[in-house]
Design a binder for this molecule. Structure first.
Ligand SMILES: [Zn+2]
Length: 317
């Protein structure tokens, strides 16, 4: 059996896992990222966390094939450099070179959303596809594009930012500066914003009552209210799905992937999200009269996608 190390570097936690050649995670370890810190210190912690995972797996480094790192920001996978990460404070950080001083194995780096998409592609919901796009609905809208088995990130490694394509130029402003990005309408954050707005406009609704009871509004609130028969809740869900379908249709019209995979907490809603979404997309796509259409599926690997994808980055280039 061959083993690979995958590291998921985040703003809050550094997670590392040992993954076997059948894409199963054998062991995991993690530590706090503790920002702000020097890049060198973060790299040392990544290496130590990885070594801890190797130990927990009952293995030694001699049994490890390679190390892969998924990081927020722009990762130059050809040269092994994190060119820029606003979140982590990296600027032209030669991460592969430094990682090799701690763990002397082939090492690869990639943007975290791309690594997670690659995980779903090799071992999760997009397995078996030639071309796939994976979209994660979280704080923002993350995305990764796989074409013919390779991660596509453009000439400057900054491509595949589907969350920052505009759906409505008159929409609310996005963190990127533009107005009405896909992310501004389809992230979990956006769903919470729409829910809050609808509550304020519908103070007689079940949603408003739920808010008065527990004071917390989440991405689940509108779905829960809808299940209790609340009209305002249903309207929020319908509006959210309408925007999501618009963004997804844009992606399908652009790439026509075999599989389009959506993930993130919102997808735990299951059929009440997925069925109307599929119906709307089927009505809107350019190829609606074609026998062959993109299959829309829910991500399977959850938070493990980043570790699994990172572990196999050596295959993605
Ligand atoms: Zn944007």
């Amino acid at each position: 059996m061959k083993y690979y190390i995958g590291i998921d570097l985040g703003g809050t936690n550094i997670k590392a896992g040992v993954v076997d050649e059948k894409f199963s995670i054998v062991s995991k370890a993690s530590c706090k990222t503790n920002l702000p810190r020097a890049a060198e210190e973060i790299c040392r912690d990544m290496a130590e966390t990885a070594l801890k995972a190797v130990e927990l797996a009952g293995l030694t480094l001699s049994e490890i094939e390679s190390v892969g790192i998924g990081t927020p920001g722009t990762a130059n996978s050809a040269d092994g450099i994190i060119e820029y990460s606003n979140n982590l404070g990296f600027l032209d950080f030669h991460v592969v070179e430094m990682m090799k001083t701690f763990i002397d194995k082939p090492c690869f780096v990639e943007n975290d959303a791309n690594a997670a998409a690659y995980g779903e592609y090799i071992a999760g919901a997009a397995k078996g596809a030639d071309d796939a796009v994976c979209i994660t609905l979280g704080t923002g809208v993350g995305s990764g594009i796989i074409i013919g088995g390779k991660i596509y990130s453009g000439f400057n490694f900054a491509g595949g930012e589907i969350g920052h394509t505009v759906i409505d130029p008159n929409g609310p402003q996005c963190t990127c500066g533009r107005h009405g990005c896909f992310e501004v309408f389809s992230s979990a954050t956006a769903l919470v914003r729409m829910t809050r707005e609808a509550m304020l406009e519908n103070k007689g609704s079940i949603m408003w009552k739920m808010n008065e009871d527990d004071g917390k509004i989440s991405a689940r609130t509108a779905f829960n209210a809808m299940r209790e028969g609340d009209r305002a809740g249903r309207e929020v869900v319908n509006k959210y799905i309408k925007y999501l379908a618009c963004g997804i249709t844009n992606v399908i019209n652009t790439f026509q992937p075999d599989i389009l995979c959506i993930g993130g907490g919102v997808c735990n809603e299951g059929d009440p999200l997925l069925l109307p979404l599929k119906e709307l997309v089927a009505k809107e796509v350019y190829t609606k009269n074609s026998a062959k259409n993109t299959e829309i599926v829910i991500a399977e690997l959850g938070n493990d996608a980043g570790i699994i994808g990172a572990a196999f980055l050596g295959l993605s280039h």
